[in-house]
Design a protein around this ligand. Structure first.
Ligand SMILES: C[S@@+](CC[C@H](N)C(=O)[O-])C[C@H]1O[C@@H](n2cnc3c(N)ncnc32)[C@H](O)[C@@H]1O
Length: 272
């Protein structure tokens, strides 16, 4: 079973504006893993569930061709609007039916999207299109893996950030279970590829404004559920969190910058 969300225009715009992408260090880790198995130049990477393309554009410079794929026309429109590199293109298709020939792809990635796919069908499809010794990289982070820093009140901010995430927990899509990491670990354990790695603590740090941090959390599916069910409750939650953060920081402007740390986890595997 796969779950289709994130497809509206507003949601795609908030993705483009607020979603973070993996650090250069994480992208490098994937490339180093790939280079252990396939020599450069790398031909083709397919970034599945690419959303508005923030991960696809990081991969583009390392491949002759990068293709982002997604089921959402609105997300793809956003991706195309913000990508000018000639070697990056986007295709509308489900993760479970990828329009590539057998054994033609060096690297298949999926960033913050695999948990929504039909796992067995997607993994079979990735296996079909990967070249021998081609690699698979599945990455994700969650709202529970975020910390905020600002001056000497970082602990207080991280606690407010945790409480914001906790308030969204009851609105998680039941399909996901209590933690999306379980989907990735299960896939890792089930994958029959012998050469595979599991990484759990890959940090990405980014300076963002308080309002951008709020926008990021608002782009997650549980917040979008509250917004649909009870818009006033959603608005209050964001406003209260903003006010608490600003008070703890001793500032008044939501444009004030903080450092957001996000912990990614990642499955890397090489097709025999
Ligand atoms: C949380 S977003 C992640 C976007 C981007 N990769 C990122 O790192 O921010 C998940 C994306 O997966 C897409 N998606 C969900 N299920 C899908 C499926 N079965 N096939 C293809 N794309 C899918 C959604 O449309 C959405 O753009």
């Amino acid at each position: 079973m796969s779950v289709r969300l994130f497809e509206g225009k507003e949601h795609a715009l908030s993705y483009w504006k607020y979603r973070i992408s993996p650090s250069e260090e994480i992208i490098n880790k994937i490339l180093v893993f790939l280079e252990k198995h396939r020599s450069r130049p790398f031909e083709l990477v397919v970034d599945v569930g690419c959303g508005s393309g923030q991960g696809t554009v990081l991969l583009g410079p390392h491949f002759s061709k990068a293709v982002g794929t997604d089921v959402s026309p609105a997300q793809l429109e956003m991706a195309r609007q913000h990508s000018s590199a000639e070697n990056i293109t986007y295709r509308e298709c489900p993760a479970e039916e990828l329009p590539f020939e057998n054994a033609t792809v060096d690297l298949v990635t999926s960033m913050s999207a695999f948990h929504w796919f039909d796992h067995p069908r997607f993994l079979k499809e990735a296996d079909r299109i990967l070249k021998p010794k081609g690699c698979l990289a599945l990455l994700n982070y969650t709202i529970n893996d975020m910390e905020l820093s600002y001056g000497d009140c970082s602990n207080a901010l991280s606690q407010i950030c945790k409480e914001f995430a906790d308030a969204l927990m009851p609105y998680r899509n039941p399909y996901l279970g209590t933690t999306s990491m379980d989907h990735y670990k299960k896939a890792y354990n089930a994958l029959e590829y012998l050469d595979k790695e599991w990484h759990e603590t890959l940090q990405t740090r980014k300076t963002v404004s308080v309002s951008n941090y709020i926008g990021l959390v608002e782009s997650f599916s549980p917040y979008q559920t509250i917004l649909r069910e009870d818009p006033e409750k959603a608005r209050r939650l964001s406003q209260d969190t903003t006010e608490r953060l600003l008070k703890a920081m001793g500032v008044t402007s939501p444009d004030t910058e903080i450092v957001l740390s996000v912990r990614y986890y990642c499955l890397l595997a090489c097709k025999p």
